[in-house]
Design a protein around this ligand. Sequence first.
Ligand SMILES: Cc1cc2nc3c(=O)[nH]c(=O)nc-3n(C[C@H](O)[C@H](O)[C@H](O)COP(=O)(O)O)c2cc1C
Length: 176
Amino acid sequence: MELFKAIEARHSYRGAYTEEAVPRSDLERIVAAGLAAPSGCNAQTTRFVIVDDPEILAAIGNLHTMPAMQQAKAMICVITDREPEPVYQDMSFQVEDCSAATQNMLLAITALGYGSVWIDGWLRAENRAETIGDMLGVPSDKILRIILPVGVPAAEGPRRDKLPFVKRAWFNAFGA
Ligand SMILES: Cc1cc2nc3c(=O)[nH]c(=O)nc-3n(C[C@H](O)[C@H](O)[C@H](O)COP(=O)(O)O)c2cc1C
């Protein structure tokens, strides 16, 4: 899919998935898009665990009420440092690094005809990042920040409205 088509088509998909499997070759392409993302000082701080084992998928999916999480054929688990080390002066960029990787992967997921949603806030509540991190063997100095469920959407999902260009973007001066 052409890049701007994928950008337009991407949306958070939380609905049911079909039974169609997601081949490892596609999962590798999706994660390769994450690996290709920029990172502060090219420190490449983000790590990825790709889950396609049905038992682990069920164990994670059962914690959520969302069909996409319960029926995902794969999940990409995005992991970063628990205590970010500075990489430039006193600055660390771990959150930005994993966000850039995640957006690249969402576009790749869309371009390959799959649906997904950025699961992040849910992981931060009720110790879920630790619970699922333990299932995946995430070491104690790392934290599971984001999960992307992956599958073929069984239906069209709703699209969220975006504010128009003129409300959020200007040439040369804020609000011009
Ligand atoms: C940082 C971040 C955290 C998010 N956390 C969650 C989440 O925990 N659960 C969820 O269903 N969606 C989550 N989302 C998806 C947003 O709700 C979604 O992107 C937003 O409503 C806009 O819709 P769209 O993705 O269809 O454009 C998150 C998105 C971002 C960028």
